[in-house]
Design a protein around this ligand. Structure first.
Ligand SMILES: Nc1ncnc2c1ncn2[C@@H]1O[C@H](COP(=O)(O)OP(=O)(O)OP(=O)(O)O)[C@@H](O)[C@H]1O
Length: 335
């Protein structure tokens, strides 16, 4: 892998709640190289979306802010900048230009009163300064690239005239319009049917092969991670608990939380067998703790079958378990 396109180190993102700063992301580190897909996984509230919003400069104004750390981005120009220290104006120039974004619900990115062709052409005009006609022609080409049949006709249509899967293809075309080196996809297939989901994942992989972009893929779906990602970063209560190559982490999870997540994914046929036997699918007992009063030590200790007194005494460090895998568990060797 070459030099990273995105390099996050020591990121701490806080929300101002009731006069106090509550950290939603703490001590985050992550690198993504060209052509590489890194998945960010974890239960609801673990800090996945806050991490991606921090990178995009889209934290809620006044309430949320980056309190520490660096978010280094290698721009298309080759310039390397720290997104955590950039003005709103610079971040606006970067979003949609150096970083493409795809979200769960396509209608949050699409404007119902403009045709899809106009919407794909807009970033091309704004960021790349291309004239109207040229941008419109590019938009049609992009619709073809994302597998939309009859693209010239589709470009004239409004979002409501397209199916959910087609709309998500349009937002992908918009995200890629300025040929970004980095794509952030936050649960891009969660709202879609399973068959459409598979098509969109295939499409993203094809586009990545063609363009060599780095992808940060936020999801809670481990099946999707197995399908699309090279490396995975598992988050719990705002911190990384495990990271490494997908094949390595899935075969040998070195944190009880990752182990629990993997166990709660039914294998094909297993769900039916369990139902027949009257056995519930294994889940992780308990709930994610509130960020307002996190325990002193490991935040997962109260749900963990491996927990011992030392786990609650101090926050375990994120340590290398192999040259490529890391775990924040003091008992990783016993797993
Ligand atoms: N606008 C906000 N104000 C205050 N707290 C927030 C805000 N947005 C997020 N948080 C807090 O940040 C934490 C992490 O949220 P985040 O959305 O990153 O979780 P997630 O892992 O992406 O979950 P999901 O899968 O549900 O999207 C949550 O505990 C949430 O309470």
């Amino acid at each position: 892998m070459g030099a990273p396109i995105l390099d996050i180190a020591g990121l701490r993102t806080v929300f101002r709640i009731g006069g106090a700063d509550i950290a939603a992301v703490e001590d985050m580190e992550l690198t993504i190289a060209a052509g590489e897909t890194v998945a960010l996984v974890g239960e609801s509230g673990s800090g996945k979306s806050v991490t991606s919003l921090s990178v995009m400069g889209l934290l809620p104004r006044r309430v949320g802010r980056i309190a520490a750390g660096k978010v280094m981005l290698s721009r298309k120009s080759g310039e390397v900048i720290d997104l955590a220290a950039m003005s709103d104006e610079t971040l606006r120039q970067i979003r949609g230009n150096d970083i493409g974004m795809v979200f769960q619900e396509p209608m949050t990115s699409l404007n119902p009163v403009y045709t899809v062709g106009e919407q794909i052409a807009e970033p091309i005009r704004i960021h790349l300064g291309k004239p109207h006609r040229e941008a419109a022609a590019d938009a049609v080409r992009l619709l073809a690239d994302v597998g939309i049949p009859d693209p010239a006709r589709r470009a004239q249509q409004y979002p409501h005239e397209l199916s959910g899967g087609m709309r998500q293809r349009v937002t992908i075309a918009m995200a890629l319009a300025c040929d970004p080196r980095m794509l952030i996809a936050d649960e891009p297939t969660t709202a879609l049917d399973v068959t459409i989901q598979a098509q969109i994942l295939d499409l993203l992989q094809k586009l990545q092969r063609e363009r060599g972009m780095g992808i940060l893929f936020v999801t809670h779906n481990l099946g999707v991670v197995a399908e699309i990602a090279d490396r995975v970063v598992v988050m719990y209560a705002g911190r990384i608990v495990e990271s490494g190559p997908v094949a390595e982490v899935f075969a040998h999870p070195r944190h009880p939380y990752t182990k629990g997540l993997l166990r709660s994914v039914p294998r094909l046929g297993q769900a039916v067998e369990l139902k027949r036997a009257g056995t519930p699918l294994p889940t992780i007992r308990g709930n994610v703790p509130s960020l307002r009063n996190l325990p002193k030590g490991c935040a997962f200790a109260n749900r963990c079958d491996y927990a011992i007194a030392a786990c609650s005494a101090a926050m375990p460090a994120l340590v290398e378990t192999t040259p490529t895998q890391k775990s924040r568990c003091i008992r990783w060797q016993e797993l």
